[in-house]
Design a binder for this molecule. Structure first.
Ligand SMILES: C[S@@+](CC[C@H](N)C(=O)[O-])C[C@H]1O[C@@H](n2cnc3c(N)ncnc32)[C@H](O)[C@@H]1O
Length: 323
């Protein structure tokens, strides 16, 4: 894993010495999970990654590291095999020294829907909750964020972040293997807090909103992206079992219900800035994610429905302010 010293220093500079100390105590235990067989495989692939110095880095319009010329005599197929050891690659895409990591999701499309509607990120300290492999965090840095901390309990995603970080060497972007429930309450130190694709996985969505609010400084901005359903303020859909084959989907609100939740949790300036029906072009199987994807999760005869007969994935982006 990366050296977290820069992270601890940054947190201390934000008045969060105590949290930095707590993280210093818990992160080694999280990383001890790396002794599993899977983790051993990832570690060995990580060690096999060659030393390459990227001649160029692009984070504003895409995440693109180096060019194929930087590889010199290195075997491109071998490099691809090392990257494939971190399969499945869900969030991206990445251009990695000319290798297109064509991930399951076009996460860049989500970012294009988000970015025009949020407070400019220049100089901001950002928390990205459920950041996956940190794809959006790189785009946040490209958009001028001063510091991005991603939290992500799924260790493979943290490893994928480390693959990129190994070449990008960015002391102002970190992804740590913790969930939102492990973040101390009322840190009140982030200018922007993102929660994208997380709320419907939480059994207690209102507590999730209070947790997010606690991370924000007064005047800070919440950017929340979630599945929604059509309906009025009374409409909140709880799937009786799986939703699009996912076992861990709990509450899917309508726009009006989500707005009410945000109001009840004390946010102001609430706006729903985008809605989007997820397409088979945005979420699909690729050579970098060879498992099932959206096409397998929808009713083959009616794309408006999931395979279970529920409304097909419709997503919305909300912005709101902590007073
Ligand atoms: C649907 S993905 C969204 C990833 C990314 N934010 C995006 O919008 O593309 C949800 C992510 O939240 C993570 N997650 C699940 N439970 C979490 C928790 N308790 N705290 C933080 N993240 C969590 C998952 O591991 C997963 O990477």
């Amino acid at each position: 894993m990366s050296n977290y010293d820069a992270l601890y220093r940054q947190l201390a500079a934000m008045g969060q010495e105590r949290w930095a100390e707590q993280l210093q105590a818990i992160l080694p235990d999280k990383l001890a999970l790396e002794s599993t067989a899977k983790m051993a495989g990832w570690q060995s692939a990580m060690q096999s990654l060659p030393e390459i110095h990227p001649s160029r880095i692009e984070l504003l319009d895409s995440v693109s590291i180096g060019s194929s010329d930087d590889l010199g005599q290195l075997d491109r197929q071998e490099l691809m095999a090392h990257l494939q050891a971190f399969h499945p690659w869900r969030k991206g895409p990445y251009n990695f020294f000319g290798i297109e990591i064509d991930t399951e999701w076009r996460s860049d499309w989500k970012w294009e829907r988000v970015l025009p509607h949020i407070q400019p990120l220049t100089g901001r300290k950002v928390l990205d909750v459920g950041c996956g492999n940190g794809y959006h965090g790189w785009r946040m840095r490209g958009a001028g964020a001063d510091f991005v901390l991603g939290i992500e309990p799924f260790l493979l995603s943290v490893q994928q972040f480390q693959v990129m970080q190994r070449y990008l060497r960015d002391p102002q972007h970190h992804v740590i293997p913790i969930g939102i429930e492990e973040v101390p309450p009322n840190l009140a130190c982030f200018d922007s807090v993102f929660s994208m694709g997380v709320l419907y996985h939480r059994r207690s969505p209102l507590d999730h909103l209070f947790e997010l609010k606690g991370c924000l400084r007064p005047g800070g901005e919440l950017i929340l992206e979630t599945l929604i359903v059509e309906g009025d303020r009374e409409t909140i859909f709880m799937p009786p079992g799986r939703y699009a084959k996912m076992r861990n989907v709990w509450f899917i609100p309508s726009i009006a219900a989500m707005t009410l939740w945000l109001e009840r949790c004390g946010f102001t300036g609430i706006a729903c800035v985008d809605t989007n029906r997820t397409s088979r072009e945005e979420q699909r199987s690729t050579e970098w994610m060879r498992f099932e994807s959206l096409a397998d999760f929808l009713d083959p005869d009616d794309a408006q429905k999931t395979i279970e007969g529920h409304p097909a994935p419709l997503r919305a982006i909300f912005t709101a302010t902590k007073p």
